[in-house]
Design a protein around this ligand. Sequence first.
Ligand code: SF4
Length: 397
Amino acid sequence: MPLGLYVHIPFCQRKCPYCDFNSYAGMEYLFAPFTAALVTEITRAGDAWGHPVVDTLFLGGGTPTVLPVEHLSRILSACRSSFPIAPEAEITCEANPGTVDQAKFVGLREIGVNRLSIGIQSFQDNELHILGRIHDAKQAKAAFCAARSAGFTNINLDLIYGLPSQTRETWVSTLNQAIALDPEHLSLYALTVEPGTPFARWVAEGRLPRPDDDLAADLYEIADDVLVANGYAQYEISNWARHDASHLPPTANPRFACRHNLIYWRYQPYLGFGPGAHSMIPGRRWWNIRAPKAYIRQIEEGHIAEAGHETIHDRLGMGEMMMLGLRLVREGVSEAAFQSRWGTTIEEVFSHELAELEDVGLIERMGDRIRLSRHARLVGNQVFARFLPKSNPTSTE
Ligand code: SF4
């Protein structure tokens, strides 16, 4: 079974007002002790786990590219010496257009990063301004071109839809400008107003309109039409990728699908490092302390950074495997994979749920696979919830 590593860099140049990720601005003074703590955490974990080979590595955040390349280099070296990295491994780094230049991308290539995920969000300056991004559309395009010039041949662009002031026209314009750059992969996320963020306060005060769910649904469908017409295949609820086959078999993922995220969606194991990072192996999930200072102190004092853990009993694991696998809109969940993992069939465990969801046309069967029907992609959460047990009494934190 493949294994993925996730490394969380919790720093950003400025905090975007819609963001509730575990990320912090104004902590440059922690860069050096944080990098040292992260290297220690990774090194100790490599020893504890017996140095298993990893197939994918993802530097996420936050904004990993706020760290100088020398720090990222130390982090990747620690990963390499603690977890042998498979020769064809996918090594992704998230990048914010306001924190990169050609030299930084060249540096990332030199330390072994072979995939970039650039947080563009929009190609409309007024929308970027509302989002509080530190870059404009011109910088976003320049970042992409610099990445290409540095030799990156596998690049994802993140875009957001359902923004205040966004229209069908501005969304199509953003999509067309993205397509004109010819990225290998696109991740499209609906804006959600997260509790506790400035956006949530502004919506409550009437300073920002509440996102329009009907418009967001329209924009999602428009995006699929535009992207499919331009040679991208949707393979996950929020992800599209280029494929080079003239005919992509109906349950196959496109060539440039993100291999790291496939590990999550296929319910395969991953180890996470850094503040707030989650890890999962069969039967157990755990997560780190979120605050960077507390995380560093904990590691410096010789402790593990774990803040909590959860036993994943079989029924919960089966439900999660369905919930995550159904996000893969082409591949779905394979009966064979489910049976080999749990020693029982999907039908035996979920006959009631499957019958109901099939009756109302929300899921379909394709060979030995079960997947969301096309029109269920907009109501995926309602489908996923059907597979989870009502309560999970074994959680601890
Ligand atoms: S750059 Fe990304 S992680 Fe950082 S605050 Fe903005 S949205 Fe959040």
